[in-house]
Design a protein around this ligand. Structure first.
Ligand SMILES: Nc1ncnc2c1ncn2[C@@H]1O[C@H](COP(=O)(O)OP(=O)(O)O)[C@@H](O)[C@H]1O
Ligand SMILES: [Mg+2]
Length: 475
């Protein structure tokens, strides 16, 4: 059996370079079969110990059952197994949350580790180029652990010494395809360790109907849709400015209308005023009554309205100076939210140069000085280039809906956002799949978050107008 080992062939191999007399003949060292057996036995024992150490519960269950079987016969082993399964099912049925947290997600994580990640790890690392072979030795990034929740698998990885986060962010597509998911996010946890997030489902795949109008007046973050992990999406509008960019039909209107909807009780209570600039006459005109006369579509009227907002802001600043540094909305000093749809029509594409300069200056003034005195700007546009929107950096919070080109993503969300996974240029142009889907980057967090705004239909807007004018009649 040991007479013809694979190494025997090597002795007969020679390699020569053509047209030279140089001949290489490998030196063959014979290894006794006994040493080979010892090496294999050692590997087997260490793998066994390693498995026991890493998966104590998974090993203990079959070992215990086997021991019961051997000692007391199979009926007892089967009964114990049945009882345990029944107890777990009852727990899952009665206290779903605690079962999921303590058992369910762990079981799923173990299953995903065995059936997907460990199984394909070596192949994916090799093919994507994240593993290295240097002088014949293989170096493989280490899969540390898998955690699951209702939305995604999160994998902790130990990078190879000398690897950069960018080596991984450049290969998110390879990783996602390799492990059979649609996307992958990479985040650094601490030096040398990464968290890879592989979503298993997409809560944003279907349009979200308009959310109920809140009961309580509030200017706090307004709930406007869902985040990628299924949690509610809350957008802060008081104390910041928001820029929304997206190709035509991307669903910019949803973000504007969701915000108005969330603020409606506060508008009714007089704590918020929404001023609307709608140069294309297509979006905000539908709910004109909500703006109580602060609505403009004609560029000259828009310029006047913006100047009025600047003057409100400056008067407040003069009154507040030395007394208070941040704004609390009151009926006397409500939060003024200036909504501008298709802002480029007022700035870049406005043929009247004087008007253009007036509008740009007013917008820049509001964006630089407005937030501490309770004047916010929320502007939507299609083309985020600097020539079109030279004040885009004055908006602390940014939202990128579907964009036509990959370079536009970083223009909206800031440098490196696309590398961190904000693939706004990949959002589907089919309305049901992609309208209202966006990547959001907030002032407080560099990680872009994938979100979807709820869809406010014409009927919903009519309902809002009816609710709002009811107040006027009651007053
Ligand atoms: N949040 C959303 N969810 C699903 N579909 C949407 C959403 N927002 C918009 N849509 C669809 O996309 C179309 C275009 O939306 P719109 O807001 O007018 O885009 P934009 O203003 O970006 O050009 C709408 O008519 C609607 O059918
Ligand atoms: Mg629009």
């Amino acid at each position: 059996m040991f007479k013809r080992l694979p190494g025997d062939e090597a002795r007969n191999l020679v390699s020569t370079t053509p047209d030279t007399a140089v001949v290489f003949r490998p030196a063959v060292v014979q290894t006794p079969a006994f040493i080979t057996l010892v090496i294999y036995a050692w590997r087997f024992v260490s793998a066994l110990v390693c498995t026991l150490w890493r998966h104590p519960v998974a090993c203990a269950v079959p070992v215990t059952l086997a021991a019961l079987w051997v000692l007391y016969g199979w009926p007892l082993a089967a009964s114990v197994l049945g009882l345990v399964v029944l107890a777990l099912l009852a727990w899952a049925f009665i206290a779903r949350d605690s079962f999921a947290r303590l058992v369910g997600w762990r079981l799923l994580a173990w299953w995903r580790l065995m059936s997907v990640y460990r199984r394909h790890w070596q192949a994916v690392m090799d093919v994507s180029g994240l593993a290295r072979r240097i002088h014949g030795r293989a170096y493989m990034p280490r899969l540390v652990k898998v955690q699951c929740d209702g939305w995604a698998d999160r994998i902790t990885v130990r990078m190879l010494d000398g690897q950069a986060v960018k080596d991984w962010t450049d290969r998110t597509d390879n990783l996602a395809q390799g492990f059979g998911t649609v996307s992958c996010r990479v985040a650094l946890i601490k030096g040398g360790r990464l968290m890879l997030t592989f979503p298993r489902s997409d809560p944003l795949a279907e349009p979200i109907p308009a959310l109920p109008i809140p009961d309580e007046p509030s200017v706090g973050p307004v709930e406007i849709g869902k985040q990628e992990d299924g949690r509610p999406l809350k957008l802060k509008v008081h104390g910041t400015h928001v820029l929304i960019a997206g190709a035509t039909g991307a669903g910019k209107g949803s973000f504007l209308w969701d915000t108005i909807r969330g603020l409606l009780p506060a508008m009714r209570a007089g704590l918020v005023e929404v001023w609307a600039l709608d140069p294309k006459l297509m979006e905000l005109s539908f709910g004109r009554e909500l703006f109580q006369g602060r609505y403009a579509a004609d560029p000259a009227d828009c310029a006047d309205l913006l100047d009025e907002a600047v003057s409100v802001m400056q008067k407040r600043a003069a009154r507040f100076s030395g007394l208070q540094r941040s704004h609390t909305p009151t009926v006397e000093d409500p939060f003024v939210l200036v909504l501008v749809d298709e802002v480029a029509f007022l700035t870049a594409y406005q043929p009247d140069k004087q008007l253009r300069q007036r509008i740009s200056a007013a917008l820049a003034t509001l964006a630089t000085q407005g937030r501490s005195v309770g004047v916010g700007v929320m502007a939507a546009l299609q083309d985020p280039r600097k020539e079109v929107m030279n004040i885009r950096n004055l908006f602390p919070d940014k939202i990128a809906l579907r964009l036509d080109e990959s370079e536009q993503v970083d223009m909206v969300l800031g440098d490196g956002a696309r590398d961190r996974g904000a693939l706004a240029d990949h959002i589907s142009p089919v309305h049901e799949l992609g309208s209202g889907v966006a990547y959001m980057r907030l002032e407080t967090s560099p990680e872009p978050v994938r979100v979807r705004a709820a869809y406010v239909s014409d009927d919903d807007i009519r309902e809002m107008v009816a609710l709002f004018t009811e107040r006027g009649e009651a007053a």
